[in-house]
Write a protein that binds this ligand. Structure first.
Ligand code: IVH
Length: 824
């Protein structure tokens, strides 16, 4: 076979693959291969065609603009063809682009309009005498689809132009896109209700716009940015940037990321700037676009086959790539949630090697039908965990079988169960499952919990596997010797290497046994380090010989964490549904761990924002003897709460027999009935022993009376009822007078933090302000007492100025905090 036949074969292959992918994408909104691969194949084809001009063909995908218009919509012949853009992937290619223009135009200065390249769908909007008359997709560039009805649903697209002076005929081109947050929200709903999940925001935009029913498309949140023109019958500014500014005045959204820059250096600086901001933008972009700014220059440059010579797209590294699934495993989280994870053939995605991707849950796997052996598209955007987006069905190997959730936990062997009505499966092993234990310990030690800095996952993993740390309280038994061995074990490459590191530190007696036991371990067993740690040994450390800053710091961090605030400990315990803010509220309302440990769950419902589910979850946690034991151990090992206080005055004001009866969730006992019962019977004891007859006599409907008696008839309910009554009495006795409750100088004030503070983190500032009694809110309103504005404060500061709310700078805040005993 000679070079030309193999080139012609490859060209044929590429043409077929690209044509299939293109028609699937443009006509059916289906993604056969990710963009990056499409671009790569297209470049390969273009290079081959350039090297073999005799094999060129006018029908080649390299000469086509997009897909054919689908027949479901009326056809629109574009008055001015809708072209595509050439691509640049490197600085070099951007320099080439500028050089080509320079060589042809010989200008002193080359100005460009630099713009984000939104990842959506190109459309043409036609206005006649300022009124929107028709909107169409690009289609194959010459003929598109009439999607006017759907475009009318997009609020930011003007139906009538603002201002004056518009050309009689004005066609504006731009990108319809789906903001990322709307995309996420849409998919969350779809996952919940078993609907079709959108592969990416662009597919969301394309699919929505090509809905036949405008009502369906109206439910999908789409947006639009203008970036160019089609047919124009009238005058417009002589530059592209001037035109965009004019379009903005007529009511079109124009991205505020558009900038005029000079020369190749200006373009590349823009590219890097936008690249850095990419993940923080509210929409997906796959690159930036550079356009020669003056229209005269554009005309002089003209066009090549598919694209203008005066513009180019500079692409960012792809966020999607294809790879194959080598295995599907499940990971067990802190509360036992079993999350399937795809182990992938390593692949570079946006500059990072990805080997794992989340599959979210079993339903998601079923919906995508991901199987071991499949070729899949993985996506990694920003710091988000990489995820499997879709399966390339054509590339499925024979014999691949649908995946099923395993019956038992791969870590502890306990049954994997599915909660009623929930999408999640969980391991039923609770804290007997080492995976859950490790997660629970990592959470306990985390910064916003007990803040034990330095205790990373790999240490926890080995300590748990070695049986040294079985629960959170065991952290307080760790000593420096153990940590040193742990560190040496993790740093050692083999059991032998570890043994030789340990030799100088072992006490003479029995040291031979210890070393032998370690050397015998199998280095191929992933658990050998944990096994080595479990070998009993007597050490005699020579502190001068073995210095470890890590161990010293960790010992100090563990010791420091003993003295803690109630909210931290409550959060650290990892009670399901008790996040930071709930922990904080529990601490503020009840003030005492001993109280919270014993309270029947209905009492927790008095705390604003705690409902039945959360209250029950706290009660359930405290009902487990293992959890109570863990709390006892923590206290016995020196954990101390330094902000214990009596229950809040608000609680005292709120807690009455009537509210208690409501909170107990007794069938038919509505707030009105609860109040009636409380007024008639006064105490819990009086109600418990009453008959249905007497409830009716007291004015309750027979239905309610019967429901109450039936409820009380069950032993568990009767016990809960008595316990709740007793707890209420106790709380009322403990609660201070309301007057004694008034605290800091910011009591009753609402503060908003914005911008970046130089001297302290926002969390820190928030905590200090709260300690002085302030409520720290997220948004500015007329009720805001003052706003603290750090550097680069944005819209919140504007809002404060607009509303005339006081603004403090950081220096002012620091002085105030220092004056009130809260200095950093
Ligand atoms: S200009 C003749 N500007 O990228 C110039 N296109 O690969 C035509 N796109 O079809 C396009 N943002 O869908 C231009 N600021 C921008 C753009 C942009 C996104 C899309 C558009 C176009 C594709 C070209």
């Amino acid at each position: 076979m000679n070079a030309t036949t193999s080139a012609s074969q490859r060209i044929a292959e590429l043409r077929q693959q690209l044509a299939e992918a293109s028609s699937a994408y443009h006509e059916r909104d289906e993604l056969l291969i990710p963009d990056a691969e499409y671009d790569r194949l297209m470049r390969e084809l273009e290079a081959l065609e350039a090297a073999h001009p005799e094999l060129d063909d006018a029908d080649s995908p390299s000469h086509q603009v997009g897909g054919k218009a689908s027949s479901r919509f009326a056809e629109v012949v574009h008055a001015v063809p809708m072209l595509s853009l050439g691509n640049a992937f490197s600085d070099e290619e951007v320099h080439d682009f500028v050089r080509r223009i320079d060589e042809r135009l010989h200008r002193k200065q080359l100005l460009f309009s630099a713009e984000p390249k939104l990842d959506g769908l190109a459309i043409n909007l036609r206005y006649e005498n300022g009124v929107f008359v028709q909107g169409a997709t690009r289609g194959d560039g010459a003929t598109g689809e009439d999607v006017s009805a759907n475009l009318r649903q997009i609020k930011v697209i003007p139906q009538r132009l603002l201002g004056e002076g518009w050309p009689e005929v004005l066609e504006v081109r731009g990108e319809v896109y789906m903001p990322r947050a709307d995309f996420e929200r849409y998919n969350e709903q779809a996952r919940l209700h078993g609907g079709k999940v959108l592969a990416n925001p662009r597919n969301g935009a394309a699919g929505s716009l090509r809905q036949l029913d405008p009502k369906v498309s109206a439910q999908r949140p789409l947006s639009f940015y203008a970036y160019g023109l089609g047919e124009v019958d009238g005058e417009l500014p002589p530059t592209h940037s001037g035109t965009l500014a004019q379009l903005a005045q007529w009511g079109f959204p124009v991205s505020d990321l558009c900038q005029v820059v000079e020369g190749a250096e200006g373009l590349l600086a823009y590219y890097r700037d936008i690249g850095q901001r990419r993940d923080g933008l509210p929409f997906d972009i796959d690159g930036v676009v550079y356009k020669l700014d003056d229209r005269e220059g554009q005309q002089a440059m003209g066009f090549v086959a598919r694209a203008p010579r005066w513009a180019i797209a500079h692409k960012f590294p792809a966020q999607e790539q294809t790879t194959t699934v080598e295995a599907i495993e499940i990971q067990i989280g802190r509360t036992g949630a079993a999350t399937p994870v795809a182990r992938l053939k390593p692949v570079h995605v946006a500059g990072v090697v990805v080997t794992n991707a989340t599959l979210h849950n079993a339903d998601q796997i079923a919906r995508l039908d991901v199987r071991v052996g499949d070729t899949v598209i993985v996506r990694r955007a920003g710091d988000v965990i990489p995820e499997v987006v879709s399966v390339i069905a054509d590339r499925r190997p024979e014999g691949a079988v649908p995946w099923q959730m395993p019956r038992s936990c791969p870590v502890c062997g306990a049954e994997i169960v599915r909660e009623e009505g929930a999408a999640a499966w969980r391991c039923s092993g609770e804290l007997s499952c080492p995976a859950q234990r490790k997660e629970a310990i990592a959470h306990f030690a985390s910064r916003k919990a007990m803040d034990i800095d330095g205790l990373g996952d790999k240490y926890i993993e080995t300590l748990v596997d070695a049986g040294i740390v079985r629960g959170v309280a065991d952290l307080y038994l760790l000593d420096r010797d153990q940590l040193l061995v742990l560190k040496l074990a993790l740093d050692a490459d083999s059991p032998e290497a570890l043994a030789s590191q340990l030799t100088p530190h072992l006490q003479p007696e029995g040291s031979g046994d210890t070393l032998n036991a370690i050397i015998k371990l199998d280095p191929a067993d992933a658990g050998w380090r944990a096994q080595a740690l479990a070998v009993p040994a007597q050490f005699e450390w020579n502190t001068r010989k073995i210095a470890s800053k890590w161990a010293d710091n960790l010992v100090a961090a563990i010791a420091n964490s003993r003295n803690t605030k109630l909210e931290r400990l409550l959060f650290a315990l990892g009670i399901e549904h008790v996040g930071e803010s709930t922990a904080k509220a529990l601490s503020a309302w009840f003030g005492d761990l001993e109280l919270i440990r014993r309270l029947p769950w209905p009492l927790f419902k008095r705390v604003p924002d705690i409902g039945g589910e959360v209250a029950r979850s706290i009660g359930h946690f405290m009902d487990q003897p293992g959890n109570q034991q863990a709390i006892d151990d923590l206290l016995a090992r020196g954990v101390q709460i330094n902000d214990r206080h009596p229950p809040s005055a608000k609680l005292r004001a709120d807690l009455t027999l009537a509210t208690l009866l409501q909170d107990l969730e007794i069938p038919k006992v509505t707030p009105v009935r609860a109040k009636q019962l409380a007024e008639a019977f006064k105490t819990v004891d009086a109600i418990r022993d009453e008959s249905a007859h007497n409830f009716v006599t007291a004015g309750l409907p027979a239905e309610t009376a019967n429901a109450l008696v039936a409820w009380l008839d069950r032993d568990a309910n009767a016990a809960l009822f008595s316990a709740a009554g007793a707890a209420m009495q106790e709380l009322l006795l403990k609660a201070p007078e309301a007057a004694a409750q008034a605290t800091g100088p910011l009591e009753g004030k609402t503060v908003v933090l914005t911008g970046t503070l130089a001297q302290m983190s926002r969390d820190d500032a928030k905590a200090r302000l709260e300690a002085l009694g302030a409520k720290v809110a997220g948004s500015v309103s007329k009720k805001t007492s003052f706003v603290v504005a750090g550097s680069e404060a944005g819209s919140k500061l504007d809002k404060a100025n607009e509303l005339g709310v006081d603004v403090w700078d950081e220096a002012c805040l620091l002085t105030f905090l220092a004056d009130n005993g809260q200095s950093a």
